[in-house]
Design a binder for this molecule. Structure first.
Ligand code: NAD
Ligand code: TYD
Length: 339
């Protein structure tokens, strides 16, 4: 059995990754370490212990707590660590950067130290395309571009990438980094563009579009990303960075219109609101490196991915109703009330 630690397994990508691993890697035994912040939902992983006896367990811990992390590493002797735990929402990082630095930078340093001390065989760090900054209307991000983050979130992720690099060079850690574009799919917290628009449209509530809605993101179905993460963990070369993308660049307004059309709601629900400060104009990925080296390409096209995603939200209204009835209301009022 390969002993694997997944951090952040109760978040959006982490939940999908756990399910992908348990389904597809029968000789992997996984520990999910998650602090259960506002974005972490233990409900997502209910039933996994029983469905995969002896292969799945959960530990509530903070990646930025050295004592707690070391205890877990000492007890489990992981072969592989996959770090997904993070504060992940750009708008929240603009409100308050502190927790982003604590989790996304300090937390990564704590995990890296524990990995060295406990002789972890491989460390996979999940990063983001946002570390490259913003593109104009042409071109795409390659792995050898300089880092140019524009938000506290992306700056914290870039800092973590540099720490991973330093631990490879200084301590000989075997580590790899993945950088991926915007994910969408089941279990995404409804503060992010796609689920927020689905949930608002469902309630005939206004859809807040930042600026003129012409900012462009590349969208990847979360399962394609998870497959890539596992592939890089297994076959990626130490010290390398691998970009992943969905080959689906869309203007935000296009996404919003397609959600409204699918839900048969009128475009009068769209409301253009004040732009996000430092709003990156465009992200696009050149993923030819992982294509050539590991034979990875995205498999889910946007049309079927978005349909699956919207259907999932329609079929799982209790899941997001429970989220919407909690602290999320205060956040929504702070973020959109006066905008
Ligand atoms: P998410 O916000 O949905 O989930 C983050 C998870 O981390 C939550 O379960 C939360 O409880 C946990 N967490 C937060 N702080 C923690 C701490 N101190 N200790 C332990 N656990 C903690 O995020 P996501 O969208 O699933 O993103 C996962 C990773 O993928 C992040 O590193 C993010 O930067 C990266 N990423 C995300 C996207 C995307 O489009 N969502 C794209 C590229 C990369
Ligand atoms: P988001 O899902 O927050 O991801 P990221 O900022 O990491 O790319 O936002 C995706 C895009 O949608 C981004 O250009 C900002 C925009 N957006 C809106 O127009 N309205 C919203 O309410 C949100 C949350 C995002």
């Amino acid at each position: 059995m390969t002993k694997v630690l997944v951090t952040g397994g109760c978040g959006f990508i982490g939940t999908n990754l756990l399910k992908y691993i348990l389904e597809n890697k029968p000789d992997w035994k996984v520990v999910n370490l998650d602090l259960l912040t506002y974005a972490g939902n233990l409900e997502n992983t209910i039933g996994l212990e029983d469905a995969y006896p002896g292969r799945y367990s959960f530990i509530r811990a903070d990646i930025a707590d050295p004592a707690g992390v070391n205890e877990v590493f000492r007890a489990h002797k992981f072969d592989l660590v996959m770090n997904l735990a993070a504060e992940s929402h750009v708008d929240r990082s603009i409100e308050d950067a502190g927790i982003f630095i604590r989790t996304n930078v300090l937390g990564v340093q704590v995990l890296l130290d524990a990995a060295i001390r406990n002789k972890v065989k491989r460390f996979l760090h999940v990063s983001t395309d946002e570390v490259y900054g913003s593109l104009g209307s042409q071109g795409s991000f390659r792995e050898d571009l300089p880092l140019a983050p524009n938000s506290p979130y992306s700056a914290s992720k870039a800092a973590a990438d540099l720490l991973v690099r330093a631990y490879i060079k200084t301590y000989g850690l075997d580590a790899v980094i993945t950088r991926c574009s915007n994910n969408y799919g089941p279990y995404q917290f409804p503060e992010k563009l796609i689920p927020l628009m689905v949930v608002n449209a469902y309630h005939d509530k206004e859809l807040p579009v930042y600026g003129d809605g012409k900012n462009v993101r590349d969208w990847i179905y979360v399962e394609d990303h998870c497959r890539g993460i596992v592939l890089v963990a297994e076959k990626g070369k130490c010290g390398e960075i691998y970009n992943m993308g969905g080959d689906a660049e869309k203007e935000n307004i296009e996404i919003v219109r397609s959600i409204l059309a699918y839900l048969k709601k009128g475009e009068e629900l769209i409301r253009y609101v004040k732009d996000r400060p430092g709003h990156d104009f465009r992200y696009a990925m050149d993923f030819s490196k992982i294509q050539a080296a590991l034979d990875w390409s995205p498999r889910v096209d946007f049309t079927s991915g978005i349909k699956n995603t919207i259907d999932w939200y329609l079929e799982n209204t209790p899941w997001w109703n429970r989220i919407l009835s909690g602290d999320y209301q205060d956040y929504y009022e702070r973020m959109y009330g006066q905008r």
